[in-house]
Design a protein around this ligand. Structure first.
Ligand code: FAD
Ligand code: SF4
Length: 328
């Protein structure tokens, strides 16, 4: 591990001030960052601990929720309002990691956790454009069973590992940011950059910019929502594919829907085309299958992961059928 200093921020302004300058990183629960530091893939010289910042989960004036970025994953999953109004979020969190890791992990750290591409971690034997821009990508011709089928680039085919972020993107979450230049708010779906030719630049965050909170708009349809995750083991495994879904049905027809996918792209994948195909359609298997086709027409499976296309299609249809059935 490269030597580093540790400081604890008193509040958001203090955190931003302390993180100014090169080679500083914010520290949440450390469950991803410290692993990467041990492997010398991340080499910050200064850590600014932000776990003392707001962890509050509160209702906002519009009937939505505001979640402090330092809230622990467990606290969010167990929150009464989250469970009642946004069950998809609670279920996505509980589908991730282990109870011990969820107790440590923060919301800010979870959505900024880095890919689990095995070549990214193998800094002694593999080429990786995300670790070292311009180096090449050994996953493209290598073992790519866990990699992307949507939105990849010739430079990187990695997937984003967060379950929570998939639910948050489906729920139209926004992130509140604070940096040296002031505050701004960004849709979470827009926080993540597509890989392009610089997969090392994963978000639109400016250097030193801090996530202070996440806001969820009021969404009555989210009261009946679900998260389905398919993985190699029943627990303690990242998604092969996952689906966050919320559905509202009136008179047998889809009046509103939200869909996002995990495990299949460089960022949580909002299924806009599937949503558009579903609005106004009959809430039945044929329409769900057609919507899946509309979204997955753009899929570009790799040598080892063609199975993901069918797995995702079936997972999406099953999630929608269950939600439609719940309303019957
Ligand atoms: C064995 C194992 C299994 C796992 N399985 C899953 C799984 O199935 N699903 C899943 O979703 N996750 C899984 N995880 C990942 C885990 O959820 C993440 O490690 C965790 O959520 C990261 O949160 P953290 O607070 O510990 O982040 P940290 O490790 O502290 O930070 C992660 C990144 O976020 C940055 N950061 C933190 N807070 C802020 C902030 N407020 N503003 C700006 N930047 C910030 C840090 O600088 C760092 O770059 C697993 C982890 C392990 C070790
Ligand atoms: S897929 Fe991305 S993270 Fe994995 S080796 Fe290639 S460039 Fe690196």
């Amino acid at each position: 591990m490269t030597p580093f200093s540790y400081e604890r921020a008193a509040d958001a302004a203090d955190a931003v001030r302390r993180a100014a300058g090169p080679a500083a990183k914010y520290l949440g629960g450390g469950t991803n960052l410290v692993d990467l530091m041990r492997e010398t893939i991340e080499r910050p010289q200064r850590l600014v601990d932000v776990t003392g910042l707001s962890a509050e989960i509160a209702e906002n004036a519009d009937g939505g929720l505001v979640i402090g970025a330092a809230a622990r994953n467990t606290a969010v999953a167990e929150d009464r309002l989250v469970r009642r109004r946004y069950p998809v979020l609670a279920r996505a969190i509980l589908a991730g990691a282990s109870a011990q890791i969820r107790n440590m992990a923060t919301v800010g750290g979870n959505i900024l956790q880095r890919t689990r591409c095995i070549y990214f971690y193998d800094d002694e034997g593999s080429r990786c454009n995300k670790r070292e821009p311009g180096q090449g990508c050994d996953a493209i011709g290598g073992f790519n069973r866990n990699h992307a089928i949507l939105g990849a680039s010739p430079s990187c085919i990695a997937t984003h590992p967060s379950d929570m972020a998939v639910a948050l993107v489906a729920l139209d979450a926004r992130v509140q940011l604070r940096g040296a230049g002031g505050e701004r708010s960004v849709a979470l779906a827009e926080l993540y950059r597509p890989p392009g030719d610089r997969p090392d630049l994963e978000t639109v965050l400016q250097p030193g910019e801090l996530i202070t909170e996440i806001s969820l708009p009021a969404a009555p349809l989210a009261a009946r929502s679900d998260y389905r995750k398919v993985r190699d083991r029943a627990s303690y495994a990242f998604a092969l594919v996952s689906v966050a879904a919320a559905l509202s049905v009136d008179d047998g027809r889809v009046s509103d829907v939200r869909l996002a996918f995990g495990g299949v792209a460089h960022r949580p994948w909002r299924a806009w085309k599937a949503e558009a195909a579903l609005r106004g359609a009959r809430a039945e298997a044929g329409a769900f299958a057609a919507a899946a086709e509309a979204e997955l027409a753009a899929a570009e499976p790799l040598k080892d992961n063609a199975f993901k296309v069918d797995l995702l299609r079936r997972t999406m249809i099953a999630a929608l059928e269950q939600l439609a059935g719940d309303r019957a």
